[in-house]
Structures are given as C-alpha cells and as structure tokens.
Design a protein around this ligand. Structure first.
Ligand SMILES: C[S@@+](CC[C@H](N)C(=O)[O-])C[C@H]1O[C@@H](n2cnc3c(N)ncnc32)[C@H](O)[C@@H]1O
Length: 388
C-alpha cells in the first residue's frame, strides 16, 4: 500500500503518543541536511517535536510546535526518500516510490519508552527507566530497592541515560556479530554496567565489555557485582591506561566518561591506533593545555582572565582531539552531552571510522601548538606516530 506525503505526515502527528523517534534520510539533491531525527518531547512550555539536523559533523537543533508539526513533516516528506518511524515495539519504514511512500513494518527487540509514558522532563526520552528491574544498579547505589533513582545520583542517571541514547543512535539497527567494548577510567562503572545491560539484556546482542581503572577496590567491587548477576562477559581490570598493556584483539567500540585529564587522550589514541570503529568519549578536567598555553597571537585576549583561560583551554583541547581524529579517518561530532546544570564537563566526542588516514588538520594543529606553546597528549602521540 502506498501513502502520500500528507498521509504520512498525518500518520506521524496522530501517533505522537506512541512514537519514540522519526528519522529522515536519503535526501533529495538540494536538501539542507543529510539526516534529521525528530522526537516528541513534553517541555514545561508545551509539547514540541525536537529535531536534530545533522550536517558536516555538526548537529543543529530545532523545536517544532505541535500545531506546526503537520506542515513540517509534509515538507520533510517531500525532501527525504527514507523515513523511519520508531514505535516502542515496531518500526515503520517508509521508502519513496513514485509520488508516494511504500511502508514496511519490522519489530523492535529494544525496549524503549513511548511518549505516552513520558510524563515530564524527568521521565522522558530515557532508555534506562526508573522502575526497570536492574538489580546491579541497586548494588551500585544508583537505584533504591524499588528501582527508583537515588536522589543524589540523579545527575549520574541522566548522564548514563544520555550516553546510552547516543550509543543507541549508532547501534539501534545493529544486527551484526558479538561486539567488544573497552571503557577507559570506568570508576564505579555505572556506565559500564548500563552499556552491558543495553546490549545484552535489552538488545539481545552478545557483548564483551572490559572496564579499566586505577583503583583496585573499585575494580574488585565491580567484578563482584558482575559475577553476582551472571554478567559473564563483563570484566573489570586494574590498569593505568596511559601505560599498561590492554586488551588488543577485536575491539568495536571505545568509551570513556570523565576519564581524568590525559586518560581521555590515551583512550582516544588506543582507539585511533587500532582503527576502532566507534568512539564515544566525554572528557573530564583538562589541565594540560591550561598549564602550558602561552601568549602568541590572536588568542592572547582569552588568556588574560583565569576562568576564561581555563575554559578556552578545555575547548582548544577538544578541538585538537577532534581534528586529530578526523586525520585518522573519523567522522567526528562534538555534542552537548547533558545540560550544564547536570555536569560542567558536558562535551561528547563522538567519532566513527569511515575514511582513510589523511593529514588535513595536522599542519594547522602543529602551527597552533607551536605558536601558543601548547602541549596536548593526543597531538603528541599522533605527531610521534607520523614520524615513524
Ligand atoms: C571522574 S571518574 C569517572 C568514572 C566513571 N567513568 C564515571 O563517569 O562515573 C575518573 C576515573 O578515571 C580513573 N582514571 C584516571 N586516570 C586513569 C588512568 N591513567 N588509568 C585508568 N583509570 C584512570 C580514575 O581512577 C577514576 O575512577
């Protein structure tokens, strides 16, 4: 059966309460964005469709009021040849055919919240929900015995939910083989457990996950919890990721959440030097650039006041990291990870290996680091690698 642009738009608008997200891809020539994802969101100010529009490694956000959504979807339907409507239990994929769209339905294994279940901002959008039976999170102190979020852990709960949501964006349709993931600086491992839970329990995908951290007591506790719940392929290892020998076979994904200072650079370098396909990294405190940067040119004005210097140094650090990743063949996005009120360290570096190695950015990074006497570990590791 074929549906028209208008009918498809009406279908999306009328099913709002059951829809998790809608993606628009395969644009016609001339469309402004290669891909757009929209989600129904209940804001305090009213209901909107929140659109993320992707272009050249950047994400542009747009909130579309409910009453304007019909027109908005009609316009998109006229511009994109592939439209996937994700419900809690199934996906409807619409492919342009002649002057309308043909629909194919498939079932989702994934358990995701529907818009109807999202009563307020606290509940909405989450893959990991309060009330979900995840006893490991009780042991980790994130959930109470009744699987409610412990109030002091609410920021962490938001962070891990957002992290898993971004992984889901990349792996939502994944039906491939087992995957292997390394988590650098896993600490108490809330994220590591949830990534395991997401792949193994929610998606039914076999995943081997290794978390690395310096702290022996924390690592031992995490191993005990993993064993207690029979999370057989989840393992924690005491390691200094800046120098120890780590797992070195097939690795599909490297993750890090607030791995201190240069531990993030070593995580990125580990992934880059092995051509790991997906990287999700939220850096932590960044002292290196702030300590080393000196006056040298147009940026001097930003070095005058301590707090500005610190923030500019952090931004420069992530910019350099992204540029190096690009040179190693990654398509890179720098995303706002969570709202600043939930964590001041709120940039995620999301990178996907899809191109060959180049040296498009290296010269510019070299010039900048020399001009301002900047020391930056990922750049240093890359420069050393290029000399070999
Ligand atoms: C801020 S905590 C974040 C922990 C966890 N990822 C989270 O978000 O809850 C940073 C962790 O990185 C670990 N870490 C710092 N430097 C490290 C290194 N060189 N090798 C391994 N772990 C490191 C620390 O021990 C600490 O547990």
């Amino acid at each position: 059966m074929s549906v028209s642009f208008v009918q498809l738009s009406e279908r999306i608008v009328s099913a709002r309460g059951d829809i998790v997200k809608v993606t628009f891809s395969s644009p016609d020539v001339g469309a402004d964005y290669p891909k757009i994802t929209t989600r129904p969101v209940d804001m305090k100010s009213g209901r909107v469709w929140q659109a993320e529009r992707f272009r050249e490694n950047k994400v542009f956000h747009l909130n579309v009021k409910e009453e304007e959504a019909g027109k908005y979807f009609e316009t998109l339907a006229a511009e994109y040849r592939q439209i996937a409507v994700f419900f809690g239990g199934e996906t409807e994929t619409y492919s342009r055919s002649g002057s309308g769209f043909k629909c194919k339905k498939s079932s989702n294994v994934m358990k995701v919240p529907t818009a109807a279940a999202k009563q307020n901002n606290r509940q909405k959008e989450y893959i990991l929900r309060e009330g979900d039976n995840i006893p490991a999170l009780v042991d980790l102190g994130v959930f109470t015995e009744e699987f409610r979020v412990v109030s002091s852990k609410y920021d962490k709960y938001k962070q891990i939910n957002r992290f898993i949501e971004l992984i889901d964006d990349a792996y939502g349709d994944y039906k491939g083989e087992d995957i292997t993931i390394l988590d650098f600086g896993c600490g108490k491992s809330y994220l590591t457990f949830i990534v395991y839970y997401y792949f193994v329990k929610v998606r039914g995908i076999r995943a081997k996950i290794i978390g690395y951290d310096l702290k022996r007591d924390v690592v031992e506790n995490c191993n005990k919890i993993a064993e207690k719940y029979g999370y057989t392929d989840l393992e924690f290892v005491v390691s200094d990721v800046t120098k120890d020998v780590l797992y070195d076979r097939k690795i599909d994904m490297v993750i890090s959440l607030h791995a201190c200072d240069t531990a993030t650079d070593y995580a990125l370098w580990y992934a880059v030097s092995r051509g790991v396909k997906n990287i999700f990294s939220v850096p932590c405190c960044q002292h290196e650039v702030n300590k080393s940067i000196k006056r040298g040119g147009e940026l001097d004005v930003f070095l005058k006041y301590g707090i500005v210097k610190e923030r500019v140094s952090a931004l420069l650090t992530d910019t350099i990291r992204a540029m190096i990743l690009e040179d190693y063949g990654y398509s890179v996005d720098l995303l706002e990870f969570v709202d600043l009120s939930h964590s001041p360290k709120n940039i995620m570096i999301r990178a996907k290996k899809c191109k060959n190695i180049s040296d498009k950015n290296l010269a510019a990074v070299k010039e900048m680091t020399e001009k301002y006497s900047i020391e930056q570990t990922l750049y240093r590791l890359a420069a050393e690698d290029r000399k070999k």
